[in-house]
Design a protein around this ligand. Structure first.
Ligand code: C5P
Length: 310
């Protein structure tokens, strides 16, 4: 086998509840992950030494060296396979990006997940999805979910996952990409600062939103739209004030709900149907409140091999 290609989805957080900072610098989360049909592709091929090439959306902003999450995932998998390295030859990793970089959609974690799935196949390493999730969690908080896909509740740093028992309802989303990026650590740090300014007491216990889960179980898009929530949103908006206008425009144009994706700056809008999504996407493009728009559906499957060349 000479090349394995895996496809991996972007993620949204339908709820993102953030606790106080932990001793390790991370924040305790309760989140509802939802994978959507915006996919990156990652190809791995045997090579003389490990290397990364990135093409597509925002490629120039993806690190191609040791900081690249897909490369780090490959090295972590090699260490986990523990066979002395004989069965885990070096690879050329080619990342074809459609998920924008530093946009709150976990594109870097997605590429790491795809690299894990592809190398597991190339090396015939035989790790289970659960084992790949454990390896992935050492690389990034969202890698495990990118492997799982669908809709799932995440706890801890986001790496402790429980698939949500929800019907196969398809949701129609419009993503509004911003003209700029936000760095995740800065958004978390800003939330901590805003909280100490506004709430002298530390945030209380964080809980899964029962009303959101009930709306998802009922497959009721209008109710899901009304329960979208993101504790990072005030921090993202304070760092990127133009997002306020983007969110307001989507709601005025009829979205069932709106929120910032993860740590931003992408804005996410839920609509009632494919037709409504098309109408909203066209109107958002015309409103001049974002760089570009995309229509996606969710839930989407997690990282999976889509082709193997021999
Ligand atoms: O795990 P990952 O590398 O994706 O996280 C990026 C950064 O986001 C972390 O370094 C941390 O600053 C912040 N983060 C956090 N709490 C989480 C997840 C991420 O503070 N649960």
């Amino acid at each position: 086998m000479t090349g394995i290609t895996a496809r991996v989805p972007a993620k949204l957080n339908l709820q993102l509840a953030v606790g106080p900072p932990r001793a390790d610098g991370y924040h305790e989360l309760v989140t509802v992950f939802h994978a959507v049909s915006l996919f990156d592709q990652v190809t791995v091929e045997p090579a003389e030494r490990d290397a990364v090439t990135v093409t597509g959306e925002g490629a120039g902003r993806v690190p191609a060296g040791q900081d690249n999450l897909a490369l780090r995932a490959v090295m972590a998998l090699r260490a986990a396979v523990r066979d002395g390295g004989t069965g885990t030859p070096d690879v050329r990793i080619t990342i074809s990006k459609r998920i924008p970089v530093a946009a709150g959609l976990a594109g870097g974690s997605a590429d790491a997940a795809a690299a894990l799935v592809a190398c597991n196949e190339l090396w015939a390493a035989g790790l289970t999805q659960q084992q790949l999730c454990e390896v992935g969690a050492t690389v990034g908080s969202d890698v495990a979910f990118a492997l799982l896909g669908g809709t799932a509740v995440g706890r801890g740093r986001g790496e402790q996952l429980t698939p949500a028992l929800v019907p196969a309802t398809q949701y129609h989303w419009v993503l509004a990409f911003a003209d700029g990026q936000l760095a995740t650590p800065e958004v978390y740090a800003t939330l901590d600062r805003l909280r100490t300014q506004r709430e002298p007491d530390p945030p209380g216990e964080i809980n899964l939103d029962a009303a959101l889960m009930s709306a998802l179980r009922a497959g009721d898009a209008a109710r899901v739209g009304s329960r979208l929530s993101n504790d990072l949103q005030p921090a993202a908006v304070s760092l990127f004030p133009a997002l306020r206008k983007t969110l307001a425009a989507g709601l005025e144009l009829g979205a069932l709900g709106a929120l910032v994706a993860g740590s931003g700056p992408t804005c996410v809008f839920l609509t009632a149907s494919a037709e409504r999504a098309l109408d909203l996407a066209v109107a958002m493009s015309g409103a001049g409140v974002c760089r570009s728009v995309a229509r996606v559906t969710g839930p989407a499957p997690g990282a999976a091999v889509i082709s193997a060349q021999t």
